[in-house]
Design a protein around this ligand. Structure first.
Ligand code: ATP
Length: 230
């Protein structure tokens, strides 16, 4: 089998494309122009064309893209045909919000087990999801073949829980704690710091208002540092 490497930035945009294509498909649309797609997913058309080019010629000039064909293609690429069970570590306020949400827009991904130390929660079922004692985590991850975990525990124990998750064989951690956890290279961590995101948004709003029109803001994508150029 020939495997082609695609850039990480492209891979990150695939769920975005897929979700919109599914929406179009459910709305009975057969095709979509690249301009429409670009507007909907807020990615410029040149980037979309480049992204799609990694997968061969998926569109036709003057016709746009075939919604169903493209959706099926991305579905396979994103492994949507396979149900992915996700573990939730820490069923506090944020954890329970995620349990209630349970990624309903996506049929193939769901939280299937929650873990906590709170005796009031252990043994209960929330939104159809059983909550286990944290000591059962490693065993349940193995039994339920769970590769992905969401971390919503207090910061102080984030690293300890990450170690346990690694021990349990997970391949990916979605880390909602503000702590940057250390894991082996074989495990992927995505950090989602909601407080930080909100603060950054507020900072941007205030900052942009103070800039005069001549100045240009440049952001270093790697470090997040902001420079101002006249
Ligand atoms: P948040 O909104 O961050 O979830 P919270 O106030 O609901 O906040 P936290 O103190 O952040 O609760 O804890 C989150 C959850 O993690 C709680 O349900 C708590 O019982 C659980 N927790 C705390 N320590 C552990 C641990 N050692 N193992 C597993 N779960 C834990």
């Amino acid at each position: 089998m020939v495997e082609k490497k695609i850039p990480k930035a492209t891979a990150r945009r695939l769920p975005l494309y897929y979700r919109y294509l599914r929406f179009l498909h459910e709305a009975g649309k057969n095709r979509v122009s690249s301009a429409k797609l670009s507007e909907a997913v807020k990615v410029d058309s040149a980037t979309i064309r480049r992204d799609f080019s990694y997968f061969g010629a998926l569109g036709k000039r003057g016709y746009g893209y075939d919604v169903e064909a493209l959706m099926n293609f991305f579905s396979k690429t994103l492994n949507q045909d396979r149900l992915t069970n996700v573990a939730l570590i820490g069923v506090g306020n944020l954890g329970q919000a995620l349990l209630n949400y349970n990624f309903r827009r996506n049929n193939n991904t769901r939280i299937s087990a929650g873990f906590d130390i709170n005796e009031k929660l252990i043994g209960t079922i929330h939104q159809g999801v059983p909550i286990y004692h944290i000591d059962e985590m490693v065993e349940q991850l193995d039994l339920q073949q769970i590769d992905v975990a969401i971390l919503t525990v207090p910061s102080e124990i984030a690293q300890e829980m990450a170690n346990k998750l690694v021990e349990g064989g997970v391949k990916g951690i979605m880390n909602f704690t503000p702590i940057r956890v250390n894991v082996p290279d074989s495990v992927r961590v995505h950090n989602v710091d909601l407080t930080n995101e909100l603060q950054t948004l507020i900072y941007f709003i205030n900052y942009y208002q103070e800039l005069d029109d001549e100045e240009e803001v440049i952001i270093d994508e790697e470090t997040g540092e902001i420079f101002v150029e006249d």
